[in-house]
Design a protein around this ligand. Structure first.
Ligand SMILES: Cc1cc2nc3c(=O)[nH]c(=O)nc-3n(C[C@H](O)[C@H](O)[C@H](O)COP(=O)(O)O)c2cc1C
Length: 183
């Protein structure tokens, strides 16, 4: 079976004006410039109905999450997750999103697919610890996690006017993505 080449990029926070979203848009642009079909799932755009007492039943999954899952997870073989560091780990909303996806079509969404992880933080750790947490969660779901994980520390120094302006960081992320495409 030939691999579906389209890649879903997840911006793992719903914080407005997040730096993670800026980096996620850079990743999508980079993929598209290389001729790779890429789409962005920005958790900021996800309706709050994702979080409900019904979310743990297949029938209770929010319609929006269902649509995202069918369009951006089931057909894809590769994902790039960008996760900011919130209190030493990934944002709760990213875990809720993964939990929401997992109640329906979980194997078709995750099993034996590949994921690349990028951490984003204002501090010095670049969310490395959170990337390990995310890696464990994804591995539990059967995802094969790319061993190179990129922590982007002190992100506020590299972003200006909603753009990733630092040439070194642009090159480092671009190289990671290029390596992931070979994985
Ligand atoms: C609730 C919350 C907790 C945070 N905790 C940390 C932290 O533990 N370590 C850190 O370096 N930065 C922390 N930050 C700052 C984020 O790393 C910073 O906002 C960075 O820009 C990435 O997040 P963003 O995509 O929301 O902008 C926190 C931010 C929020 C909103």
């Amino acid at each position: 079976m030939s691999e579906n080449k389209s890649i879903t990029v997840v911006s793992g926070t719903n914080r407005p004006e997040s730096h993670t979203a800026v980096l996620a848009r850079f990743v999508v642009d980079h993929l598209q410039k290389k001729g790779v079909e890429a789409n962005l799932v920005d958790l900021l755009e996800i309706d709050r109905s994702m979080l409900s007492v019904e979310m743990y039943e297949e029938a209770g999954q929010s319609l929006e999450v269902k649509q995202i899952q069918d369009q951006s997870f089931v057909p894809q073989e590769r994902f790039i997750f960008l996760a900011p560091e919130y209190n030493g780990s990934i944002p709760g909303v990213l875990k809720v999103f993964i939990d929401a996806l997992s109640v329906r079509k979980y194997e078709a969404s995750f099993f034996h697919k590949k994921a690349c992880l990028i951490g984003v933080a204002s501090g010095r750790a670049g969310n490395l610890r959170g990337l390990d947490h995310l890696s464990d969660i994804l591995s539990y779901l059967g995802v094969i996690v790319f061993p190179e994980k990129l922590p982007v520390s002190r992100v506020f120094e590299f972003v200006e006017g909603g753009q990733l302006t630092d040439e070194e960081v642009r090159k480092t992320i671009a190289k990671l993505i290029d390596d992931f495409l070979e994985f």
